[in-house]
Design a binder for this molecule. Structure first.
Ligand SMILES: [Zn+2]
Length: 73
């Protein structure tokens, strides 16, 4: 496995738990990854979490269970 792939996996673990965590881009290491959750159309219990770098446009996607955000309907 390439080093970048391992960094993406680690970023995915951190941002899977806390989408507000500040994780540096595994590709360019110069910007904080932006996180966006996109619901899957036919399965409301899952979302795709897009991780993207505003500097070099690298991106990756996680498929994960939707999290209820308490106090933020
Ligand atoms: Zn980058």
């Amino acid at each position: 496995m390439k080093e970048e792939s391992e960094k993406w996996v680690r970023a995915g673990i951190v941002l899977g738990k806390d989408p507000n965590a500040e994780v540096r881009c595994p590709e360019c290491n110069s910007a904080i990854l932006e996180v966006e959750d996109i619901p899957l159309g036919d399965d409301s219990s899952k979302v795709e979490r897009y991780l993207s770098c505003p500097a070099c446009k690298a991106c990756n996607v996680l498929r994960m269970a939707r999290q209820e955000r308490r106090g933020n309907p």
